[in-house]
Design a protein around this ligand. Structure first.
Ligand code: RTP
Length: 155
């Protein structure tokens, strides 16, 4: 096997309240599984306002910030940690553009969403933010370190 040039990374992926309520949890998880990434953390969670504000702190000055916080805290979200070679950028590609109308068909948002303010899923935008967000959403011990026994085909 030729080893990949990319490094193994972790990213924080979150199914937003609309994704959960529309019954898209299996669909979203399935896309990451089929791609070949490794699920290391998974939980259903009602996000407190303070955590949503911390998560999206870089967007605090935006006019849509209050609406965004209301949206993210409107019901439970599904929090996930996915590991893999180049997973941060690849997950962003699988998710598609922020505005679902501009997202390519074949992406999660391109296939499953219409509105920017209801765009189903979040993915970290850098490995550094991935680590920051994992630490924010998961407690110590909630993220599993494990290796599948099927072989190193995708890693
Ligand atoms: P995310 O962080 O959720 O993965 O989204 P993103 O990087 O694609 O987009 P970002 O610019 O970081 O915005 C975060 C989320 O805020 C909502 N948003 N609403 N004009 C608007 O009403 C507006 N713009 C952004 C979206 O839910 C977006 O995913």
């Amino acid at each position: 096997l030729v080893a990949s040039m990319e490094t193994v990374e972790e990213t924080y992926i979150m199914i937003k309240p609309d994704g959960l309520q529309r019954g898209l949890v299996g669909e979203v998880i399935s896309r990451f599984e089929k791609k070949g990434f490794l699920l290391k953390g998974l939980k259903l969670f009602q996000c407190p306002k303070e955590l949503a504000e911390e998560h999206y702190k870089d967007l605090k000055s935006k006019n849509f910030f209050p609406k965004l916080i209301d949206y993210i805290t409107s019901g439970p979200v599904v929090c996930m940690v996915w590991e893999g070679v180049g997973v941060v950028a690849s997950a962003r590609k699988l998710i598609g553009s922020t505005n679902p109308l501009q997202a390519e068909p074949g992406t999660i948002r391109g296939d499953l969403a219409v509105q920017t303010g209801r765009n189903v899923v979040h993915g970290s935008d850098s490995p550094e933010n991935g680590q920051r967000e994992i630490a924010l959403w998961f407690k110590e011990g909630e993220v599993c370190q494990w290796t599948p026994t099927v072989g190193p085909w995708l890693r």
